[in-house]
Every structure is written in structure tokens, then in C-alpha cells.
Design a protein around this ligand. Sequence first.
Ligand SMILES: [Fe+2]
Length: 232
Amino acid sequence: MNPPRFDLYGPIHKGLRHFMHDTLWRVGHLDPQDDGERDETLAQLDSLLALLHSHVQHENDHVHSAIEARQPGGSRQTAGDHVEHLESLQQLGQLAARLKRTQGTERARQAASLYRSLAQFVAENLEHMAVEESTNNALLWALYTDAELHEIHGRILASVGPEEMALVTRWMSAALNAQELAEVFGGMRASAPREAFEALLAIARASLDARRWAKLARALGLTPASASLQLA
Ligand SMILES: [Fe+2]
């Protein structure tokens, strides 16, 4: 059997699914009369919407452009989805802003409306990501070698700012299995400056339970129990 091909979408999509589900759950159990809970939940939603916006941009700029360069029209379906997603993100932002401004009993209605709209958006995004991971990946694997796909991935990483990278690392670390974690952090260690790698590894450590952290630490040649992240 051939070894698996490099999957540009898999790890980031797992992180986004986890972030979307966690946020949907929080919006669902939000007590609209509790100002603190409302502000906290809407702050997480803002950060999710901003990350999803940026994710669409990265895919358009780096992945769809790569597909189009070798197969014109190849990214048509998911590029069309992206146009709709950007509209949905804007609408969700407006619903959230309205909930922030609303006072009194009207808040409950606004919160329920936001929850339903977010749930629908999550459902559409799950379908969309499944198409990217099947149809788009099949195209990318036919059109590009793994070395070329790693180069595309490197260009995406180079375009991501430190705040976004920290956010992605938090959600992705919590979402990936042990083997995927080892692969992602092994790749980071090989490509990122040591300080940046250690900062991202600390974020991962905070997101992982003891068992999963021990597996990642072992895979990276670190001592799981050590307080510091000294590299072996
Ligand atoms: Fe996408």
C-alpha cells in the first residue's frame, strides 16, 4: 500500500470543527440575561468568525490558486462556497452585534436566532470541508507532488500572524490525535524559530490532558514531566 499523501486540509479542519462546535455549544447554553457570560461567549464567537474569515482567505490565496494554476475551473465549487461563507460570516457578526446591544427580554429572542444561524452555518461548513478533503485533495494529489504541497503549506504558515497561529495551535492541539500532533509539532520544530516553537508547544501543553501531552512529549524527545520545555 502507498503511504498516505500530504493532507493540507486535515489538521486545520479538525481544529476548526472543534472551535465551531465548542462555540455553538456555548452560544446554545448562554444565559442572555448574564452580561458576563454573554460578553465572554460573544468574544469567543468574534474570534471564531475572524479565524474562519482568515481561513477562507488562505485557502483562496494559496490552495484554490494552486488548483486553478494546473486545472482551470477545478476549485469552482468550493470557491463558490467561500463567497457564501463570507456573506454568512458577516451576517453572524451582525447578529452578534445586535445581541450585544439588546437589553431586556428581547435578548432571549436574539440569542436563539444567533444560535440557529450559527448551527446552520456550522452544518454548511462541515459539508464544505468534506468536499475539500475529498474532491479538492484528490485534485491536489493528482496535480502536485507532496514536496510541492509542503511548499504551499509553508507559504500559508508564513502568511499567518503570531496571534492567529496561537489561536489555531490552541484549537488544533485539542482536536488532533497523538500521531497527528507528533507530525504537526515535528514539522513546526523543523521550520519555526526555536522560541516560536517553544511558545506554541506551551499552548499545546495547556490544551492537552496528561496522557496526550506525554505522547507528544515522547514523540518530540522531551521529558513529559519536566517543567521546562528544554529540547532533548
Ligand atoms: Fe474552505
